[in-house]
Design a protein around this ligand. Structure first.
Ligand code: ATP
Ligand code: MG
Length: 394
C-alpha cells in the first residue's frame, strides 16, 4: 500500500494525434514544478498522471493546481489489483477518513474499471466494497447525497483508492497554443485576461505602459507583483515596460482633448503590434470588456482594434465585472489590483471623452504627430524585466 497522487486530465485525453505531445509536455512541466520536493516516479497510465512516493502532500497539490491541463487532483492509495488487498486497503482508508471527519454518516462507492476482462464488473465492486465498509463502520449507504464517496480506479496491475477530488483549473498545457503578448495594466481586468488565455495553452509575455515620473515607481512595482502572480500559472515571462509619457505629451499638445484616451490607446496598440511582429508573438491579449468605460464601447474598440494586424484576444469581452472579480480573487491578483496607484491612462484624462469616435477623425488628428518616430523612441527606451514563475519555461 503506497500513497500516490493521481491527476485527471480532461481535454488532453481527447486530443487525438497530439495527445502524446500534450502528455509529454505536461509531464515535463509537472516534473519541473516539483523538482525541489521529495517524490518518486511521475508517470502516466491510461489517461491519468501519477506521482509516487512523496512527503509534502499539501505543497505538491498546491504546485500541481497551478499547472494547466490538470482537472482533478486526488490523493490516493495504490494497491495491487487483488480483491483481498483492495478490500483491506479500503477499510483502512475509510478508518482514517472517519478519524478526520467523525461526523460522516453516509457514503457511496464509485468504481471505474479500466481492466475490462476482469470477472467482476463495476457493480460487483461497488457491492463488495460497500459491504466491507458497512461491516466495519457505523455508516449507511446514500446513493444521492452521501457525506463522502469512496472511489476505486481498478486497473490491470494496480488500483487506486481515494475519497477526495480536488478541483484544478483544467485547460491545456502551457505552450501548446503559441505565444501571446499580454497588455498588463495595474487594474483588475488584464491579469484575469492573461490567466484565461494562459489556461488555453498560450505562453505569455507582458507589456506594461507607465508615465514615469507622473506615475510612481511603486505603481510599476505593483504591476511586477501582478505579473509574478500570473507567472505562477504561466511560467517565466519577459515584461516590457514602456514609458508612454512623451507620446501622451505630444498628443496633449497637438490633438483634440476629447480624443486623448483613444489616441493613447492607439499608440499602445501600435507598440504592441510592433513588438509582436519583431518577437513573433501570435496574438495580443487585452482585458477589454464591452461597455465598461467610454473607450470600450463598440466605437472605441473599433478605433483601437484597426491599428493592429495581429490577432487580438479579449477573453473578458462578454463577462460581467462581478465574474471577473471572482476570478481575480481566485487567482490571487485582486488584492494587488485594488492598491491605489495612478495608471498612465489617468494622467491626461479628458474631461469629456469622445463618445462616438470615428477612425477617420483619429487619423486626421494623428497627422500632427510623427507616429513612427514616437513608436520607435518608446521601444528603444523600454526596460526589460524578467519575471520569475515557479516553473521553468521550456
Ligand atoms: P484593467 O483593469 O485591465 O486596467 P480597465 O478596465 O481599467 O482594464 P482600460 O484602462 O481601458 O480598462 O484598459 C483596457 C485594456 O487595455 C486593459 O485591460 C489592458 O489590457 C490594456 N491597458 C490599459 N492600460 C494599460 C497599461 N498602462 N499598460 C498596459 N496595458 C494597458
Ligand atoms: Mg486600467
Amino acid at each position: 500500500m503506497e500513497k500516490v497522487l493521481s491527476m485527471s486530465l480532461g481535454e488532453i485525453v481527447l486530443k487525438g494525434k497530439n495527445r502524446g505531445q500534450f502528455m509529454s509536455k505536461l509531464l515535463g512541466q509537472i516534473k519541473k514544478a516539483i523538482s525541489d520536493l521529495d517524490h518518486g516516479n511521475v508517470y502516466h497510465s491510461m489517461g491519468k498522471i501519477y506521482i509516487d512516493g512523496y512527503r509534502d502532500e499539501k505543497e505538491l497539490i498546491k504546485r500541481c493546481k497551478h499547472i494547466f491541463g490538470i482537472v482533478y487532483i486526488c490523493p490516493c492509495i495504490k494497491v495491487k489489483s487483488d480483491l483481498k488487498e483492495i478490500e483491506e486497503a479500503v477499510v483502512s482508508f475509510v478508518g482514517e477518513k472517519l478519524k478526520e471527519n467523525p461526523n460522516f454518516k453516509t457514503f457511496k462507492v464509485h468504481c471505474k474499471r479500466a481492466y475490462k476482462s476482469y470477472p467482476m464488473n463495476s457493480m460487483d465492486f461497488n457491492n463488495k466494497l460497500g459491504g466491507a465498509i458497512l461491516k466495519n463502520f457505523p455508516l449507511k449507504v446514500d446513493v444521492h447525497n452521501p457525506d463522502f464517496y469512496l472511489y476505486l480506479d481498478f486497473k490491470k496491475e494496480y488500483s487506486y483508492i481515494y475519497t477526495e477530488k480536488i478541483k484544478a483549473y483544467g485547460g491545456l498545457p502551457r505552450g501548446t497554443n503559441g505565444r501571446g503578448l499580454l497588455l498588463l495594466s495595474g487594474g483588475i481586468d488584464s491579469p484575469v485576461a492573461g490567466f484565461l488565455m494562459a489556461k488555453r495553452g498560450i505562453a505569455l509575455d507582458v507589456l506594461h505602459f507607465h508615465s514615469y515620473p507622473f506615475t510612481s515607481q511603486r505603481g510599476e512595482e505593483k504591476v511586477i507583483k501582478l505579473a509574478e502572480k500570473i507567472s505562477s500559472f504561466s511560467g517565466k515571462m519577459t515584461m516590457y515596460s514602456v514609458n508612454l509619457l512623451n507620446i501622451q505629451k505630444e498628443i496633449n499638445k497637438n490633438c483634440p482633448e476629447d480624443q486623448m484616451t483613444l489616441l493613447s490607446r492607439r499608440f499602445m496598440m501600435r507598440i504592441a503590434d510592433k513588438l509582436s511582429l519583431d518577437n513573433s508573438y501570435d496574438a495580443i491579449i487585452t482585458g477589454e470588456n464591452l461597455g465598461q468605460v467610454a473607450s470600450q464601447t463598440i466605437d472605441g474598440l473599433k478605433v483601437t482594434d484597426i491599428i493592429t494586424r495581429k490577432l487580438v484576444f479579449r477573453p473578458l469581452i462578454g463577462m460581467d465585472k462581478i465574474n471577473i472579480i471572482d476570478i481575480a480573487r481566485e487567482i490571487g491578483t485582486y488584492e494587488t489590483s485594488i492598491l491605489p496607484f495612478e495608471d498612465c491612462c489617468t494622467v491626461f484624462l479628458p474631461k469629456h471623452p469622445s463618445l462616438r469616435p470615428e477612425v477617420e477623425e483619429m487619423e486626421n488628428s494623428e497627422e500632427a504627430l510623427d507616429i513612427d518616430k514616437l513608436v520607435e523612441q518608446a521601444i528603444n527606451d523600454m526596460k526589460i524585466i524578467k519575471i520569475g514563475g515557479n516553473h521553468e519555461k521550456e
